[in-house]
Design a protein around this ligand. Structure first.
Ligand code: FAS
Ligand code: PHB
Length: 393
């Protein structure tokens, strides 16, 4: 039997991998997605909730807008409360004429799977021991085990969409790959509850720690509180979570928080991570395989979407016009946007969280910066344009 081949082998069936497969299909380019987990496992991960306007436009153009437009909720901006009294609004609509949409990553993943099924896409679940090979040659391939058999997939290009713990980065030589990393001394304890959310996404800076009120739909709320890395889920019964969350919001907002049983509860560590370059030969990294941001700026999923938008455009230009211009500029172009989001997420995390060992002076300085943001239209415009998402190149 001849070795199966495709034009683009995609490692990872999360949002980056499946969206890339969808965009390539629209351009008439064949791909095969190799995902190590089951579909149920991928759908069971509760993650992002905010889509920038640029991401919404990419998803609509990819034919993924129908349910998102029906069930997603547009927002002019997000609120920040601090020192128990102020309320400052990151007004994206006022300053940059853009809205963001709250729409859970789980819903997007379901939509991506449904679109893949409609087009009979080649998505191999539970593909194990996936390994990109010969990525600097003209005929790379991917080896893997599936259905008990060792297999090889020949291809023109490999897209490493396999997330932070994936395999793709590992085939880049140490002399080529440079990583930048910062680990934060706290995590986010997040819950989902079938309760009506607050009207606005609301970030809280409080001496007890950061908190965030978000939503998935009018009857599904998503809340987070900053916790130390030593915390364990079993030490956080719902009652303790709700009490701590309310303690971090001003009285009138705390009273408005509707509590209820959690249907999901998890602790996520926070890190900033960037791998450069995002290309090695015919291997291209996209999404969390290349970068991780603390979720404070709601950038992780949006960066995965912008990477994939750039990579799909580059591959389309190569196959349609025979041009390698976008392929050759992919890494530098994607990294410009990545570093902009990484810096903004780092800055907003520093502004809103209580760092262990932080002095009263530093807490006051944080609150002073928030007071400045609340007073300065110029500062507000800068935060709004970064939160809304910078334009694609
Ligand atoms: P993903 O990690 O989603 O997908 C990679 C896929 O590759 C996975 O399905 C994995 O199973 C598969 N894979 C891994 N190794 C493989 C291998 N060797 N072979 C084959 N397949 C392999 N972002 C936000 O914007 N807001 C948030 O609130 C937010 N919360 C988050 C909470 C958590 C706990 C985590 C981990 C991330 C969160 N993120 C958030 C970021 C998240 O949404 C990512 O940015 C997004 O999932 C990126 O998508 P992918 O790049 O596709 O990576
Ligand atoms: C979420 O809804 O999960 C969410 C919203 C905003 C963030 C992070 C997470 O900054």
């Amino acid at each position: 039997m001849s070795t199966p081949s495709t034009q683009v082998a995609i490692i990872g069936g999360g949002p980056a991998g499946l969206l890339l497969s969808q965009l390539l299909h629209q351009a008439g380019i064949e791909s095969v997605v190799l995902e190590s987990r089951s579909r149920a496992y991928v759908l069971g991960r509760i993650r992002a909730g905010v889509l920038e306007q640029g991401s919404v436009e990419v998803l609509r153009a990819a034919g993924l807008g129908e349910r998102m437009d029906r069930e997603g909720h547009p927002h002019d901006g997000a609120a920040i409360v601090w020192a128990g009294r102020h309320n400052y609004f990151i007004d994206c609509w006022k300053y940059v004429g853009k809205r963001f949409t709250t729409y859970g990553q789980t819903n997007l993943q379901e939509d991506l799977f449904a679109a893949a099924d409609r087009r009979n896409a080649q998505v191999l679940d539970e593909a194990l021991e996936v390994m990109p090979m010969d990525v600097t040659s003209a005929r790379p391939c991917v080896t893997f085990r599936h259905a008990g058999r060792s297999q090889r997939l020949d291809c023109d290009f490999i897209a490493g969409c396999d997330g932070y713990h994936g395999v793709s980065r590992s085939v880049m030589p140490a002399a080529v790959l440079k990583v930048f990393e910062k680990v934060y001394p706290f995590g986010w304890l997040g819950i989902l509850s079938e309760t009506p959310p607050l009207p606005n996404l609301t970030y809280a800076n409080h001496p007890r720690g950061f908190a965030l009120a978000s939503m998935r739909n009018p009857m599904l709320s998503r809340y987070y509180v900053q916790v130390s890395l030593e915390e364990r889920i079993e030490d956080w019964p719902d009652e303790r979570f709700w009490e701590e969350l309310k303690a971090r919001y001003p009285e009138e907002l705390a009273r408005a928080i509707v509590t209820g049983p959690s249907i999901e509860k998890s602790i996520a560590p926070l890190r900033s991570f960037v791998a450069e370059p995002m290309r090695h030969g015919r291997l291209f990294l996209a999404g969390d395989a290349a970068h991780i941001v603390p979720p404070t700026g709601a950038k992780g999923l949006n960066l995965a979407i912008s990477d994939v938008y750039y990579l799909a455009r580059a591959l389309t230009s190569y196959y349609r016009d025979g041009s390698s211009t976008y392929l050759d500029s992919y890494s530098a172009m994607a990294l410009r946007r990545v570093w902009g989001a990484v810096r903004f997420s780092w800055w907003l995390t520093g502004l809103l969280h209580r760092f262990p060992g932080m002095s009263d002076f530093e807490q006051r300085a944080q609150e002073c910066e928030l007071d400045y943001l609340a007073r300065s239209q110029h500062a507000q415009a800068s935060v709004a344009e970064q939160y809304a998402g910078m334009p694609f190149e």
